[in-house]
Ligand binder design. Structure first.
Ligand SMILES: NC(=O)c1ccc[n+]([C@@H]2O[C@H](COP(=O)([O-])OP(=O)(O)OC[C@H]3O[C@@H](n4cnc5c(N)ncnc54)[C@H](O)[C@@H]3O)[C@@H](O)[C@H]2O)c1
Length: 481
C-alpha cells in the first residue's frame, strides 16, 4: 500500500520506517527542511537505537523517502498518518496548531481518485477525530470547491505506544494495536495495512530479533473516542504506577523499609506487574506530563476534577526536588559547591530532554549558587543546542564530571553508569556524596567504594538486608493471543 506520514519526529520516522520495512511504499513529510534533508541523506536527526539500520532496510524493501511538500506524496496514498507534535500550552491543554495545519493541508492535497483514511497517530484530546475530519473537509472545500462531494475519506485513530530508546522493538513487536474508527471499510483498510504486523509475517531484522512465542499481535477495534481515551488512560496509568512507587518509597524511608524489596514483593503479583515500579527522581519525557495535563483539562471541561491524576503530577514534581533536599541534608549549603549530574536525557536510550528531571535539577542548583557539571553519553549536544542559557559545564566522562565535585547525582540510569568504578570516582571527588536518583547502585557496595550513598526509599539498614536476601527476578512474560 502507499502510505504518507506527516511529521518526521520520533513517532513519524519510526512509523514510516516500519511501514516501509513491511513492504509498503512510504513518504514522510515534514515542514522542517533541515530534518528532511538529513533523513533524505540517510542520517537520523534523533538518537534511537537501530533506527539508521531500519531506515536502510526500509529503503531496500517498500521504499521510504522524505520531503517537505505534501501534495505529490498524498496523490497516490491510501493511508495518511498524522504524527505531528501536540505539546502542552501554558494551561495544560494540548496545542493543536500543528495537527490543525496538517489536517487542513491534507484536505487541500486530496483528490477523488481513491478512498483514503486519515489516521491520527499523534496523541490528541478526545474529539480530535471530529476536528480533523472538519479541517480536512474545510481544506477540500477551499482547494476544490466543485469536487467536494466526490472526494472520499474517513478519519481513524491509531494511538502510538512506542517508548523512546526502545521504539523499534515497541513498533515491530507491540503488545497491541488500537484502531478507532466509525466505519467497517476504514477498519478493513487499516487491517490490510497492518496485516504483516498483526500476523508477524515479516522477517525479523537481525538487530531486533522477534521475542520468542510472539505469533500474533492483538488488535483492539473501538470507536474513535475510545481509541483517543485509551492513549491517555495508558500514559496516566503508567505515570501513576511510578508515582505510586515513589509514594511507597517516601513511606519506606520513614519506617525503615526498602522500597526495592517492597516493589519486588508486589510486582510479582500478576495483577500488579513488575514494570514501572522503580522509585527515584520520577518520570519525565514529552508524553506523561503533557498527556496527564491534557486529560485533566479535558475532564475539567466536563466539570470533573481528576484528583488521582493531580496527585500523580504533584508526587512526581516533589520527587525531583527531593534530590535537592537530599543534597542539602548532606552538604547543608549548596552555594559555592560543585554538583555533578550523571545523565541529562529523561531516560536511557534517547537524547530527548523534554521535561527531563535533569533540567529542573540543574536550574534549581544554579539558582541556589551551586556549580553544575554534567555528563550524558548521548544528550549533551541536544542540551547545549536546546538550552543555551543553562550554565552547566559539560564533561566528556562521568569521571571528569565527578572530579572535585562535592556530590554526584545519578539522574539517568544509562548502562555505562552501571559499570562505573565507584571507588576510583569517589577518590577524585571533593566530597564523596552520591544521591542515587534511580536506585541504580547497591548501597552497601557504594559505601564500600567510599561513598556516602543516599537512594530513594532505601535506608542503609534495610539495604544491608537487601544485599543478603536474594530477590527473585520476575519470570519471563509469556505473550498470549
Ligand atoms: N515521542 C514519543 O515517545 C511518543 C510516543 C507516543 C506518542 N507520541 C505522540 O506522537 C506525537 C508526535 O510526537 P513526536 O515525539 O514524534 O514529536 P516530534 O516533535 O519529535 O515530531 C513532530 C514533527 O512534526 C513536524 N510537523 C509539525 N507540523 C507539521 C506539519 N503541518 N506538516 C508536516 N510536519 C509537521 C515537526 O517539524 C516535527 O518534526 C505527539 O502527539 C506525541 O504525544 C509520542
Amino acid at each position: 500500500m502507499r502510505v504518507t506520514v506527516i511529521g518526521a519526529g520520533y513517532v513519524g520516522t519510526v512509523t514510516g520506517a516500519c511501514m516501509a520495512y513491511f513492504g509498503h511504499v512510504v513518504t514522510v513529510v515534514d515542514t522542517d527542511g533541515a530534518k528532511v534533508a538529513k533523513l533524505a541523506k540517510g542520517e537520523t536527526p534523533i538518537y534511537e537505537p537501530h533506527l539508521p539500520e531500519l531506515l536502510k532496510d526500509a529503503k531496500a524493501r517498500g521504499g521510504i523517502d522524505f520531503r517537505c511538500d505534501l501534495s505529490d506524496a498524498l496523490a497516490e496514498s491510501d493511508v495518511i498518518f498524522i504524527a505531528v507534535g501536540t505539546p502542552p500550552l501554558a494551561n495544560g491543554e494540548a496545542n493543536l496548531a500543528d495537527l490543525e495545519a496538517a489536517a487542513h493541508n491534507i484536505g487541500a492535497a486530496m483528490d477523488s481518485t481513491r478512498f483514503r483514511v486519515v489516521v491520527n497517530k499523534s496523541t490528541v484530546p478526545v474529539g480530535c477525530g471530529n476536528l480533523v475530519e472538519a479541517l480536512v473537509r474545510e481544506g477540500i472545500r477551499e482547494a476544490h470547491p466543485s469536487a467536494e462531494s466526490t472526494i472520499r475519506f474517513a478519519v481513524a485513530s491509531n494511538p502510538e505506544f512506542l517508548s523512546e530508546g526502545n521504539a523499534l522493538a515497541d513498533s515491530l513487536y507491540p503488545d497491541r494495536i488500537v484502531l478507532g474508527a466509525e466505519e467497517q471499510r476504514t477498519f478493513e483498510l487499516l487491517q490490510q495495512l497492518y496485516r504483516p504486523l498483526m500476523e508477524q509475517q515479516f522477517e525479523a531484522p537481525a538487530y531486533l530479533p522477534r521475542p520468542s512465542g510472539l505469533e500474533r499481535v492483538p488488535v483492539i477495534t473501538t470507536t474513535l473516542t475510545s481509541a483517543e481515551m485509551i492513549k491517555y488512560a495508558a500514559n496516566s496509568f503508567l505515570a501513576t504506577k511510578i508515582s505510586f512507587a515513589n509514594e511507597m518509597a517516601n513511606i519506606c524511608e520513614r519506617v525503615g523499609a526498602s522500597v526495592k524489596e517492597v516493589m519486588a514483593g508486589i510486582g510479582l503479583d500478576s495483577r500488579i506487574g513488575a514494570r514501572f515500579l522503580n522509585a527515584g527522581l520520577g518520570w519525565g519525557g514529552s508524553c506523561f506530563g503533557k498527556d496527564i495535563n491534557a486529560l485533566l483539562h479535558t475532564a475539567g471541561e466536563y466539570g470533573y476534577r481528576a484528583r488521582l491524576l493531580e496527585a500523580t503530577l504533584e508526587i512526581n514534581r516533589a520527587q525531583r526536588l527531593l534530590a535537592i533536599q537530599k543534597l542539602q541534608e548532606k552538604l547543608f549549603i549548596l552555594k559555592g559547591r560543585t554538583i555533578a549530574l550523571l545523565g541529562l536525557a529523561f531516560k536511557p536510550g534517547t537524547d530527548d530532554l523534554r521535561d527531563a528531571p535533569s533540567l529542573l535539577l540543574a536550574e534549581r542548583l544554579l539558582q541556589m549558587g551551586a556549580r553544575v557539571k554534567a555528563y550524558d553519553p548521548v544528550a549533551m549536544g541536544a542540551c547545549r543546542q536546546q538550552h543555551p542559557d543553562l550554565n552547566v559545564q559539560y564533561c566528556s566522562s562521568a569521571f571528569e564530571a565527578a572530579q572535585d565535585a562535592h556530590a554526584l547525582v545519578l539522574v539517568t540510569e544509562w548502562e555505562e553508569f552501571r559499570q562505573l568504578d565507584l571507588a576510583h570516582i569517589a577518590r577524585v571527588m571533593a566530597r564523596a556524596i552520591l544521591v542515587d536518583g534511580r536506585n541504580l547502585y547497591d548501597p552497601v557496595a557504594a559505601r564500600q567504594a567510599g561513598f556516602d550513598h543516599t537512594g530513594f526509599g532505601i535506608l542503609l539498614r534495610a539495604a544491608s538486608v537487601l544485599s543478603r536476601v536474594a530477590v527473585e527476578p520476575p519470570p519471563e512474560i509469556v505473550r498470549v493471543g
